[in-house]
Design a protein around this ligand. Structure first.
Ligand code: ZN
Length: 268
């Protein structure tokens, strides 16, 4: 073998080693940073749908690698805000900024989002732009009072039943978090637009997660909203995509129930 032939093999070995080292099996248990056994992993995942559960059980050390990082992230990335879990009427997220200041396209002159979202949001918009897709934000932060007016409007116009499938009650909207946005046009056909298709494929790589996916009304309580994305950070969005079949609600409920167990199991 000549030196030239050897170089690509060496490079391949190096890349493989780098990738694998992130998920190395611990000397004891399933991950060296956690005091957790295979039996614990099986028991903590036993309420999950079978396909999701077997994905985790197959390679628990990789899953735990991500869990370790998620445990250190801001709790706002994973807090449940859904039909059953509300934010208080007085909750206003910190660090709201006008999206327009960051060369991002919006349909409104003044549209706010939390500053922590900006780096990944601008990176995502730029990546889409390079592929000829212009992402436009239609709606972002909404205060409790605004959501109250919006929900009442839908109830008056469409009746309570329809309003509850399409609009959140005050305190129950992810938009109050300041990390959630609706891309434009806010329309059932958004998924057929260039922006909708692009986000569906790539948004998770930038830490954005589709909150109300198709065929998930029994889990989320909302009909499919192809335009509504919540920023959860890149580790959480990876886990939702890779392990939880793109079902944000399932992961957030799982994390809510198990985070204390995982925290306690972390070796100091
Ligand atoms: Zn929305």
């Amino acid at each position: 073998m000549t030196g030239k032939e050897f170089q690509p093999i060496l490079l391949f070995a190096l890349i493989t080693l780098t990738v694998l080292s992130g998920c190395e099996k611990g000397k004891t248990g399933v991950h060296s940073d956690f005091n957790i056994t295979n039996k614990d992993i099986k028991s903590v995942t036993d309420k999950l749908p079978q396909d999701i559960r077997s994905n985790i059980i197959k390679k628990p050390q990789c899953f735990l690698e991500y869990m370790e990082r998620i445990l250190k992230e801001p709790p706002d990335y994973t807090v449940l805000v859904d039909k059953k879990h509300a934010l208080s009427s007085g909750y206003v997220p910190p660090g709201l900024v006008n999206i327009r200041k960051y060369h991002l396209q919006t349909t409104r002159k003044y549209s706010e989002i939390r500053r922590i979202v900006i780096p990944d949001l601008t990176a995502m918009a730029e990546a889409a732009r390079l592929q000829g897709v212009e992402l436009v934000i239609g709606s972002s932060y909404r205060s409790y009072a605004y959501q109250k007016r919006l929900y009442s409007y839908y109830v008056r116009t469409d009746g309570k039943k329809k309003a509850d499938r399409e609009s959140a009650r005050p305190g129950h909207s992810q938009h109050q978090l300041g990390t959630t946005m609706d891309f434009s046009p806010i329309d059932d056909n958004f998924i057929k637009t260039k922006g909708g298709e692009w986000l569906d494929k790539y948004a998770w790589k930038y830490g954005f997660s589709l909150s109300y996916p198709p065929d998930s009304e029994s889990i989320t309580g909302y009909k499919y909203e192809p335009w509504h994305y919540r920023y959860v950070g890149r580790d959480v969005s990876f886990v939702i995509e890779r392990y939880f079949d793109g079902k944000q609600q399932l992961f957030l409920e799982f994390y809510d129930k198990t985070k204390e167990f995982f925290k306690k199991s972390l070796r100091k």
